[in-house]
Design a protein around this ligand. Structure first.
Ligand code: NI
Length: 255
């Protein structure tokens, strides 16, 4: 049994065969999934999935790329959804300095507001970090994010950055890129991350792991990430599945 801790099953890429993909995931041993709603369009579809399938949980938040469009009522809306029994986290939130769609100061304000919300409602946070390692760590510290914890999703930073996030109590989640042949940095993070702080994910439909790199990703492929982790850590696939499942249950308080 494996938990895919980061999916976008409501994405249009799955419009033709969503049910079949979800069934295939379950048949492949992916018994639970956490779907991420990150804007006005994907939050309702994420909630709908979580209400349809008892094994799909929801995270809701405002993506940094769209920060510029977040209105005060959007934050209130997200806050109101936190009482929903299937909403397990605030996210994905964070900073994205790769796409130039929202100014840095706006991204940082929206990120801080949502960490504040997470602390208010006592939910863990799902962090999206692209090319913003230093600011992410500083803001997590300044906003006392360690009080709620959470996960660094599809972590792409160095081991040095990972260590700072671990010090703040965060889990490190690895996805498809760790299976790529040339993925020196993610492999190094995987090598060093303590087993009790490791999560796995697909981020589907994006970032499909080897040998499906470049194709549409789906939750059943999380197995390739688990296999990479098993190999690096010298564990069996079953052990890695059990350990990362327990970690996910703890991180997202699934029990
Ligand atoms: Ni995502």
């Amino acid at each position: 049994m494996i938990i895919d801790t980061h999916t976008h099953l409501d994405a249009h890429a799955f419009d033709e065969d969503r049910e079949a993909i979800i069934r295939r995931a379950r048949e492949a041993g992916v018994d639970r999934m956490i779907n991420i709603g990150f804007n006005r369009e994907t939050i309702p579809t994420t909630i709908e999935l979580a209400e349809t399938y008892d094994f799909i949980y929801a995270a809701v938040g405002w993506h940094p790329v769209d920060s510029i469009h977040m209105k005060p009522e959007d934050l209130e809306w997200i806050a109101s959804l936190c009482t929903h029994e299937k909403v397990v986290a605030i996210g994905e939130i964070g900073l994205d300095y790769h796409w130039d769609t929202s100014p840095k100061d706006v991204q940082q304000r929206v990120f801080r507001q949502q960490i504040g919300l997470a602390r208010e409602v006592g939910k863990p946070i799902v962090i999206h970090n692209r090319d913003a390692h230093e600011d992410i760590v500083n803001i997590l510290k300044e906003e006392r994010a360690e009080e709620v914890g959470g996960v660094m999703h599809c972590f792409s930073g160095s081991w040095e950055t990972a260590r700072q996030c671990l010090d703040l109590g965060f889990y490190i989640s690895l996805g498809g890129p760790v299976t790529f042949k040339n993925a020196r940095v993610p492999k190094e993070v995987l090598k060093h991350v303590p087993l009790d702080r490791l999560l796995i994910e697909t981020d589907c439909p994006y970032l499909a792991p080897h040998p499906n790199r470049g194709k549409r990703n789906e939750p059943s492929y999380v197995r390739y990430v688990a296999e990479a982790a098993a190999e690096m850590k010298g564990k069996s696939l079953e052990e890695i599945s059990r350990i990362t499942t327990e970690n996910a249950e703890k991180c997202f308080r699934l029990r």
